[in-house]
Design a protein around this ligand. Sequence first.
Ligand SMILES: *[C@@H]1O[C@H](CO)[C@@H](O)[C@H](O)[C@H]1NC(C)=O
Ligand SMILES: *[C@@H]1O[C@H](CO)[C@@H](O)[C@H](O)[C@H]1NC(C)=O
Ligand SMILES: *[C@@H]1O[C@H](CO)[C@@H](O)[C@H](O)[C@H]1NC(C)=O
Ligand SMILES: *[C@@H]1O[C@H](CO)[C@@H](O)[C@H](O)[C@H]1NC(C)=O
Length: 486
Amino acid sequence: MRASYSYSVLTLLALAADVLVLAAPSPSQPPGQTIRLSRRTVDRTTEEWGAWAKSHREGLTNKYNGGNAKARAKRGSGTNLIVNQNADSTYFGSIAVGTPPVAFDVILDTGSADLWLADSTCSVGCQEITTFDSSASSSFTNLTRSFSITYGSGAAAGVLGQDVVQMAGFSVSNQTFAAVDQVSDGLLTSPVSGLLGLAFQTIASSGATPLWQNLVESGAWDSPVMSFQLTRYVDQSGAQSLEAGGTFTMGFVNDTLYTGDIDYVDIPGGTGSYWILEMSELSVGGTSISLSSGSSSYAAIDTGTTLVGGPASVISELYAAIPNAQAGTGDYEGYYIYPCSQSVTVEVAFGGRTWSISPNDFELAQLSTSQCLGAFFDIDMGSSSSTPSWIVGDTFLKNVYSVFRYSPASVGFANLSTTATAMNGDLDAEVPTPTLGSVAAAITATGTSGSGRTSSSSPATLRVPRVEPTMLLTFIGLLIGLLSIV
Ligand SMILES: *[C@@H]1O[C@H](CO)[C@@H](O)[C@H](O)[C@H]1NC(C)=O
Ligand SMILES: *[C@@H]1O[C@H](CO)[C@@H](O)[C@H](O)[C@H]1NC(C)=O
Ligand SMILES: *[C@@H]1O[C@H](CO)[C@@H](O)[C@H](O)[C@H]1NC(C)=O
Ligand SMILES: *[C@@H]1O[C@H](CO)[C@@H](O)[C@H](O)[C@H]1NC(C)=O
């Protein structure tokens, strides 16, 4: 029995005060300099788990009901070492923005398509966060078009601008992003300053072409792919709030991190919005669960979501195959509790090979001596055919090397190598610090700069309610749930 839930998945706002003890990189920190981050464990009570579970599920529903360049440089490839925050809740990397460049930690999210950063004029909800100061950047252009993000219990808003954005050795001279000056209290948890959307421009709330898409469409990448290797700490009781998170690559796949070949499956219809695949098989402990074919089994492959959410009927059937599992109630509605004595192995396929999810990822939390909380939960994504029915997040993605390919639009998975799996749960691993590196390829964006509303159409009317502590999740899904153009 674990005496405390120190391997907790998300930081509740209730814990934010403690979490904020972490030293954030100073905005004026010179690029490339080592930044010390203090580390501490985050404990969570059963009540806090319940509140988290409830918020997590509600936020996701909102997330999914929303919404060309000239190469001037040689091709290249790059790696960004990422950070695992709060035992696999969030994975963030770093970008640098402006002239002179300033480094920011941003959540890496294949489930949305906008880049936004907390702005230095932000007075609400941005305490202890490294913020973007547009007046300190000689290359910043204010597009004076407002951007807003709303979700069930909170909001953020700001203005669209353009500036030099660098990542993993690439540079886009005029990348459109939002400088956000209103954030619901607790939405951002230090050291994270914002979010980098890695899905397609078609779902960008700003209308702007995303950073990755500017790069790939300009021909800046050696190969039109980006990839993730994500570490697992959820099963480590000594995990600190920040641990080494794995690697994110642009323009290549690192073949020391996987074995065999990458099994690519095309996105249905061939057009990207979310990174969607059709779930074709699901089984638990060898028992096959029935899935309908077609769009009702479409799944968004989403690095910015912690867990796996799917249709209630399928999730119910899945837990029916686990002896003595029962539906949660109250805050745990939509979740299931099962006996910790069961080691649950879920297997899933998306039209290609079958992938196995570790029982250590399925066990999200131990709620009592004998009761465990499962990482698959039910979520009603609504009836729109444009929204996927499943959200397949990090619970799955920690078990594979994942590759997001621009053309042909597809997602590929491969087995992790022992080099990659050796990084799981390593309590001595150094936590990566934001570094810039030298720029291998620089481009000028010629894609869409965004279609946000004009600033006359009132950020003033935006309500930024004070949210309850339990709503203060760092959970990326909630952040993204915000992205909706009014
Ligand atoms: C952009 O311009 C608007 C309107 O002049 C101003 O209110 C806002 O503060 C500016 N934002 C930034 C980030 O410079
Ligand atoms: C590939 O990953 C390995 C293991 O993390 C690392 O040592 C190596 O530098 C990476 N290769 C490239 C080209 O980034
Ligand atoms: C991936 O790993 C699984 C489990 O170890 C193994 O059964 C399978 O053959 C591997 N697949 C490939 C393509 O290497
Ligand atoms: C970026 O700058 C170039 C050159 O000034 C311009 O042609 C292009 O339209 C800009 N792109 C965006 C997205 O604003």
